[in-house]
Design a protein around this ligand. Structure first.
Ligand code: HEC
Ligand code: HEC
Ligand code: HEC
Ligand code: HEC
Ligand code: HEC
Length: 182
């Protein structure tokens, strides 16, 4: 059988286009859903933030920006209010990246940082517990952030169950399922 496209009625063409559109939409949805489950790899941050310059030149410490790392479960990523203390009207450098920052600040918009370290909701992890009670340095899990001149784009140590368990066994900390899965 041969299809003569000229003979197809406009209404049928509409249906065909509609079906193609729906198929394309389904593909897009499947892609978006699958994408959520892929491990985070080499993400591009909205501003090429430089840790080294802020620790060495501006003399800041981790908790100045990751404010609740010693008190709570989450370390948090900084809001523009923190950046604004030093970057407000006149740029400090010639950097294009700083110009982007000043645009966010003048428009009062938060910077959409991409969180690189993630664990699922069914797992409990507390920074305070590890950093204060466990006396574990940031670098043990996150690598040498002090020396980083480009943004964090991938996990230094994969925060997988195996890696949590490995250290817990070494340090004789609980490996009870319910300690982490509550
Ligand atoms: C024992 C390993 C470990 C140590 C030590 C550690 N972190 Fe984390 N960090 C994690 C894990 C796991 C996550 C992901 C947490 C989540 O998604 O709930 C994370 C997430 C983060 C984030 C992303 C924002 C957030 O709150 O989730 C920042 C920023 C961070 N850590 C900073 C620090 C700093 C600063 C220190 C040192 C003072 C530190 N971390 C020490 C394991 C660690
Ligand atoms: C305590 C002051 C201070 C705070 C707070 C601060 N900065 Fe900076 N920042 C500086 C200084 C000083 C420089 C210039 C360093 C130099 O001379 O190269 C700089 C430079 C920069 C640059 C351009 C230079 C480069 O190497 O990329 C960017 C982008 C930047 N900062 C982003 C941020 C962001 C984003 C925040 C908030 C999360 C922030 N800064 C918070 C002091 C600060
Ligand atoms: C001036 C503010 C500032 C200071 C000081 C600072 N950070 Fe950050 N940090 C940021 C910003 C902004 C990001 C998001 C951009 C990026 O990933 O580089 C970030 C991201 C991170 C991340 C990745 C979190 C994630 O899941 O995306 C880690 C880990 C981290 N910082 C650790 C540290 C440690 C350790 C120190 C101290 C040695 C430190 N930071 C000091 C501003 C700061
Ligand atoms: C580098 C070593 C190290 C890594 C990696 C590590 N932990 Fe721990 N964790 C410790 C130590 C040490 C303690 C005990 C701290 C204390 O003295 O209270 C601890 C304690 C805990 C506790 C409290 C246990 C209790 O007794 O109730 C939980 C929950 C926990 N960790 C979850 C995690 C999760 C989830 C991960 C992986 C994302 C992880 N840890 C990765 C070293 C580590
Ligand atoms: C020290 C913390 C810790 C302990 C103890 C722990 N888990 Fe986990 N578990 C995790 C983390 C973190 C993840 C998430 C891993 C990821 O997303 O890659 C996880 C994920 C899982 C998952 C989901 C698997 C998947 O692929 O997402 C199952 C099932 C699981 N754990 C079962 C257990 C059982 C059973 C035990 C007791 C023998 C246990 N866990 C003890 C930290 C822990």
């Amino acid at each position: 059988m041969q299809i003569n496209f000229l003979k197809i009625k406009p209404f049928n063409i509409f249906i065909i286009v509609l079906i193609f559109f729906i198929i394309a939409l389904i593909f897009l949805l499947v892609f978006i859903i699958l994408f959520q489950f892929l491990p985070v790899k080499n993400q591009k941050q909205p501003i090429a933030y430089n840790h080294k310059v802020h620790i060495e030149t501006a003399g800041l410490q981790c908790i100045d920006c990751h404010v609740s790392v010693e008190q709570r479960a989450f370390a948090t990523l900084p809001s523009i209010e923190i950046c604004q203390n030093c970057h407000s009207s006149d740029p400090l450098t010639e950097s294009e990246e700083e110009k982007k920052l000043l645009t966010y600040i003048s428009e009062g918009k938060e910077i959409p940082w991409i969180k690189i370290y993630n664990i699922p909701d069914h797992v409990y992890f507390s920074h305070r517990r590890h950093v204060i009670r466990g006396e574990i340095s940031c670098s043990e899990c996150h690598g040498n952030i002090n020396e980083m001149t480009s943004p964090v784009s991938a996990q230094f140590k994969m925060m997988s169950m195996n890696n949590c368990m490995k250290c817990h066994k070494e340090r004789k900390v609980t490996t009870d399922c319910l300690a982490c899965h509550r």
